[in-house]
Design a protein around this ligand. Sequence first.
Ligand code: PSU
Ligand code: MN
Length: 306
Amino acid sequence: MNTEEYLSIAPEIAAAVEKKLPVVALESTILSHGMPYPQNVEFAHRVEEIVRAEGAVPATTAIIGGKLKVGLNAAELELMCRAENVGKVSRRDVAVYLASGRTGATTVATTMLIAALAGIKIFATGGIGGVHRGAAETMDISADLQELAHTPVAVVGAGAKSLLDIGLTLEYLETMGVPVIGVGTEDFPAFYCRKSGYKLDYAASGPEEIARILKTKWDLGLEGGALIANPIPEEYELDFEEMEAVINRALALAEEKGVRGKDTTPFLLTHIKEMTEGVSFASNLELAYNNARVASRIAAALSRLD
Ligand code: PSU
Ligand code: MN
């Protein structure tokens, strides 16, 4: 493999990886295609501050100027947040964007891929992509799930939005051998809600236990990552039934407009936000901050074990 010429890692991050200090990867699709400008700028900085406050180094990823960037400066964060001519880059798009010098925001799948190339093991996001409702017909299954099956990075997320088929998403992860570990809960969380109605097999007691599970998995050479399911803090939780109604309306609108492929997730997110008059946005911010906090603690625990 010849990855050096495509990777641009901030010196602080490269040094931390080298010394096995805690580093937490962060994605940029959440900035460019998941949040409005300029609120996303504040979020981008705040989430990095939270990682630092926990004693870890933040590593936001993106594709800029023909490079896989690991660690963005303020101007680069601004570029991703303005999102003018910034595409949404999943695994299949990576080579096209690099070779043609396009600017792209990284999804969960691509952030995992880049993190692994950079030697980063822990990644915090909001929620993962998954099996969409109606996938039996559309075959719309996020590349995030295949990435979790094959790439050795643990993703800390607040479960998945119920715009997805959560049951099928969990089945898929089981088939692909991806551990799904609840943070202090046996309920798989549904992003805005602490419970999705689906149960998990494992509730970890804390970061140390999660770090031990990850180390064991990777020591054994078991391929792939893990999903660390971290529920939204109670005080920011939204009502499940109300969110279901909103999500159903957004899904109906997507159907009516014939939205397909990679546009589906951003379309649904935008409309959910509009329909909830921004209430869901405040919850979205808080769950992502909480994931960054937990991810940093897991990264620190893993660094102590290594
Ligand atoms: N779910 C969210 N917010 C997001 C995403 C998913 O609640 O911002 C983004 C993530 O970057 C995720 C991507 O990796 O959407 C999944 O897109 P797709 O379904 O097209 O694979
Ligand atoms: Mn899709």
